[in-house]
Design a protein around this ligand. Structure first.
Ligand code: SF4
Length: 341
């Protein structure tokens, strides 16, 4: 693939100016963005049927249509599909498209690899390789849209990487999601491991989007064991999240991977209730997925049930995530292509 900038990397002003400087009518810019956002099956300038040949060729000399290419789409028997997307420098990003009740959810990545290195996650095992650009995220989404397109689509930024360590690109991408793909803010969830300045900026920039926080343990020492490079301590994190809720009125979701004999006992359930008592929030328990050479095991079914029941009996708002994509390496914590190592 050539090194020309892609359409997605030049949205919106640079592309608009290019049309103007090239002496093209302003409506051509609108037509191009319509092709980009509304016709995801189109993958080249040559397919732009309402553009004259000369303009298609001029665009081709100045831009690449996409910043990445869809290398493989692997369907899982559970209905989900993992997309493997080859970036121009040979790294790989992955996305997962999942059918839910009445809509689809797409899970996207923001980095190649991850600097956080949670011990139960395959994505962070080889550290961070680089940030994705906003354009690469937009192209990842475009290549992962379900047959219904971006309508009724839920977007979760929970793939490879810590989104708030790549905030500038994330912000540009989220604006493209709203203004270009037409995805309502309330349908977007960004997950962080607790980057405090990122949470504050996100509350100010996108007060109607949703925030999920990877907690995974109710006490600092256990959380450090699981997330050695957690960017904040629990005691710093909670006040910031309470401020986030006060400012946005959006319930924070705490993600909690259920790990056998590590964080799934009654002791931890009790500590979690204590920690979150009086905080209007949700807890999402995630059955741990197998990762190659993983040192942890998923909680036994009875431990998971006991944990859920303990929380529910104390009126906590708790859900258990349905795991999708496991058979194609597309479930939580499994995303990582060997070319990124
Ligand atoms: S769970 Fe998230 S934050 Fe932790 S290593 Fe994996 S991708 Fe990074």
């Amino acid at each position: 693939m050539d090194a020309l900038p892609s359409i997605s990397e030049e949205l919106y002003e640079p592309l608009k100016s290019w049309f103007s400087l090239a002496g093209e009518k302003p409506y051509r810019f609108r037509q191009l963005t319509d092709w980009y956002f509304k016709r995801p099956e189109v993958k080249s300038f040559q397919e732009l049927a309402n553009f004259p040949k000369a303009l298609r060729e001029k665009l081709e000399r100045n831009f690449s249509f996409l910043s990445l290419s869809l290398e493989e789409a692997k369907p899982s028997p559970d209905g989900s599909q993992k997309q493997t997307l080859l970036l121009r420098d040979g790294f790989v990003t992955e996305t997962v498209t999942m059918p839910m009740e009445g809509h689809y959810t797409v899970c996207l990545s923001t980095q190649v690899g991850c600097p956080v290195g949670c011990r139960f996650c395959f994505s962070g095992r080889h550290g961070l390789k680089r940030n994705l650009t906003a354009g690469e995220m937009a192209d990842s989404l475009r290549c992962s849209l379900p047959p219904s397109g971006s309508e009724s689509l839920n977007l979760v930024i929970m793939g490879m990487g810590e989104p708030f360590y790549n905030y500038k690109a994330l912000k540009a991408f989220l604006n493209i999601c709203k203004d270009g793909f037409g995805i309502g803010s309330r349908r977007v969830t960004v997950s962080t491991v607790g980057v405090l300045p990122g949470i504050e900026r996100f509350a100010a920039d996108f007060p109607q989007m949703n925030l999920a926080v990877s907690l995974h343990a109710p006490r600092e020492e256990l959380r450090r064991q699981l997330i050695p490079r957690a960017p904040s301590e629990i005691k710093e994190l909670l006040p910031v999240l309470k401020k986030y809720f006060a400012a946005t009125k959006r319930l924070v979701t705490f993600e909690y991977a259920m790990i056998k004999d590590v964080n799934d006992g009654v002791k931890e359930a009790k500590e979690l209730c204590g920690l979150l008592s009086g905080f209007d929030c949700k807890v999402n328990l995630i059955p741990l997925n197998d990762v190659p050479g993983g040192e942890f095991k998923p909680s036994a079914k009875e431990n998971l049930e006991r944990f859920v029941n303990y929380l529910r009996e104390r009126d906590m708002n708790v859900t258990v995530r349905r795991s999708l994509g496991g058979t194609v390496g597309g479930a939580c914590g499994q995303l990582a292509d060997k070319r990124n190592n």
